[in-house]
Each structure stands twice: as C-alpha cells, then as structure tokens.
Write a protein that binds this ligand. Structure first.
Ligand SMILES: Cc1ncc(COP(=O)(O)O)c(C=O)c1O
Length: 357
C-alpha cells in the first residue's frame, strides 16, 4: 500500500538513547530538558526569535488568537485544512472567507479588504502547501485596518522568503508537527513570534497561566509537549538534511515526468521549496475521480487535499460562495511524497496518471 505520506521514523537506537535518559531522570513533561533543547535547536534551525512548543498545530492557532485578543470575526481562506477555520469557531470567532488566487492557491489580498467587517480583528492566511502568501500586501492591509495577522504556517517548515524565514511574518505564525508533517514530534506544533512580551504571554497561556509554585496570573490552558515527543523531534531534526535530499529527489522526478496537462501550484518567485507536498490539478473533477479509482485499485492512496472547500461546510456559518476555492478543491489531488518512495513506485504512479489524461 502506498499512502499520500508516511511518518518519518528516525534512527531507533538514537531515540532509545533519549528514552533511557527520560527513564533515568523520571522527568516526563512540564518543560523538561528535551523540550528546552528542542526549542533552542528549532529556533536556530528555522532562524526565528521566539518559538514555543505546543501539543499540536490546532491549539497553536487557538492560543495565538487568545494571546492577540482576537474577537468578533477574522478574514481567512476557504482553501485549507479544516483546523484553520474550526480553530476560529472553537474560540467564538467567526471565519469570514475571502477567495483565493487561482494560481498560487493562497488567500488573494484584493479579496481580503472586501471581506473586512466592522467586527473583524484579524487576518488568518495560510501558506498553502508551504507556498508563501503575498506577505507584503497582507501586512499593508493589516496596518491600514488595524488588524492582527496570524499565519497558519503548518506546511511552511523551513521555507525561506527573500533569504529569510517566512515564519517571521505576521504577529504570529503557527506550525504543526503532526506525524505526517515534514518535521514532526508525533503530535505537536509551535507558535512563533518576534515579540518577546507576546512570547512571554503565550508561555503563560499554554501552562494554565501559572507563573510560579504559588502564583497564577491569568486563565490558561494546557498545551505542553512531553519529553517523549521532544525526543522524537530531536532525532528527526538531526536527519532533516537527508529528509530534504530524499524528498527533493522524489519531487524532481514527478516534476520531470508528469503528464503535461496536469497543472501545478504557482510558487512564490522569491522563496524556496520545502518539498512537503506534491499537489496536481486535474482538468475536471470527473477525470480526478476516475484516476483516483484507478490508484485505489492498485492500493495507492493519494489524497483530495484540501477538499471540500471550507466555505461549503454548513457549520462554518458562511453565507457567500467562494467559486475559485471550490473549483480548485474539486480538481486537486496530492500525490504520494515521502523520503522512502522508490522510483519504481513513482513510475507506477505516473503510469496511472498518464493513462487517464
Ligand atoms: C493548514 C493546516 N493547519 C492546521 C493544521 C492542524 O495541525 P495539527 O494536526 O497539528 O493540529 C493542519 C494539519 O494538518 C494543517 O494542514
């Protein structure tokens, strides 16, 4: 069976070395030595000022909204994983969708301004499949309308824009370290900000608002990661270079051998790739479905990602259709991409793709 992705498992002996140390210390969670080490190493690796590890990418978004006092509504993209919108709803904030750019698949700045309402307090764009948004235009809109910007950077691990980390844009950027992500801690995530005071507040919020053994400053929640997760992260981080090289090889092979009529995402010209996903756009939903059935018959499971478009979810409270996002959602398929995918398996995938074009 070939799935769209496969969780990366680092060197077992190295991981057991960390686990032995966890047993020796008896310290399992609550900002332990491996959590601290991982935060420092990730900060350096990514080139960001403050990085706070949390238990997943969804809570990273929720804590970011709380820390920035986001209320009322937030303008966001309908073309994302459900957590981008559901995290807003969970916090009592209404997602107001603005349609995407049909080439980059990111939130289109010209649609953001039109979507802003009297109670809008934030913009929540997503760097879709790691492709940087038009961050300069979004910053201008946010400044002009006094809005906070929270980037959902769940896919953007390691991506550089104009030579620097894309994760430094916005008031906050969040990451997901789920097992299927490029870098992972089994489950996990991070909140990134250049604002030291905000970082301090976030640290409080993720640990019940506790400031000391006998002091509690504010209402908080529990989003800590444990030492076993941090150990996994430290091991995976050691192997990022090999992971990137293998993914690039798979990515390049698709790129050179794809049927010509399949459309790819238009990548931001000023930025690097992280080879996280390999999405392709079909001419029609019916071609996609036929191809998907052929894949499944061969035990190959690419994923319709993102489908459905979030504006079509009844519970989103949305009342206006987003035709561009709906169109892309119906025609997009993410092909299998992970370090161990062999050229032979890719050839099998490409053969099926070609047969249905
Ligand atoms: C764009 C996006 N945002 C948020 C999330 C949520 O992250 P997590 O699964 O770590 O909660 C995901 C997860 O796949 C995602 O793809």
């Amino acid at each position: 069976m070939i799935n769209v992705t496969k969780a990366y498992l680092p060197d077992k002996e190295k991981l057991f070395g960390y686990i032995n140390k966890i047993y020796e210390s008896g310290w399992l969670t609550n900002n332990g030595q491996f959590c601290k080490q991982l935060e420092t190493r990730l900060k350096d690796f990514l080139g960001v000022k403050n990085l706070i590890l949390v238990s997943n990418g969804t809570l990273a978004l929720q804590v970011a909204y709380k820390a920035l006092n986001v209320t009322g509504s937030a303008v966001t993209t309908p073309f994302s994983f459900v957590a981008t919108a559901s995290s807003l709803l969970w916090e009592g904030i209404s997602p107001v969708f603005a349609d995407i750019n049909p080439l980059t698949w990111n939130l289109a700045p010209e649609n953001i301004e039109k979507a802003i309402k009297a109670d809008t307090s934030a913009i929540v764009p997503v760097h879709v499949f790691g492709n940087p948004c038009d961050v300069e235009a979004i910053q201008k809109i946010a400044q002009k309308n006094d809005l906070k910007v929270i980037y959902d950077g769940a896919h953007a691990f390691g991506v550089k824009y104009k030579g620097e980390s894309i994760l430094n844009w916005g008031d906050v950027t969040t990451l997901s370290f789920h097992a299927t992500k490029l870098f992972h801690t089994i489950e996990g995530g991070a909140i990134i900000t250049s604002d030291d005071e905000l970082a301090r507040k976030i640290r409080l919020l993720i640990n019940f608002g506790i400031t000391g053994p006998e002091t509690i400053e504010c209402v908080g929640i529990n989003c800590k990661i444990n030492e076993f997760q941090a150990a996994m992260g430290l091991c995976v981080l050691d192997e990022m270079e090999e992971i990137a090289t293998s993914r690039k090889k798979v990515w390049d092979y698709y790129r050179s051998n794809l049927p010509a009529n399949l459309v790819m995402q238009q990548w931001n010209l000023h930025s690097s790739q992280n080879y996280h996903y390999y999405p392709v756009l079909f001419e029609s939903e019916s071609t996609l479905k036929k191809t998907q059935r052929a894949f499944n018959n061969e035990q190959i499971f690419p994923r319709r990602y993102f489908y459905p478009s979030l504006d079509s979810l009844k519970f989103s409270g949305n009342t206006s259709n987003m035709p561009l996002s709906q169109d892309i959602s119906r025609r997009i398929l993410c092909l299998p991409i992970f370090p161990e995918l062999t050229t032979q398996e890719q050839q099998q995938i490409l053969k099926i793709l070609s047969a249905y074009q």
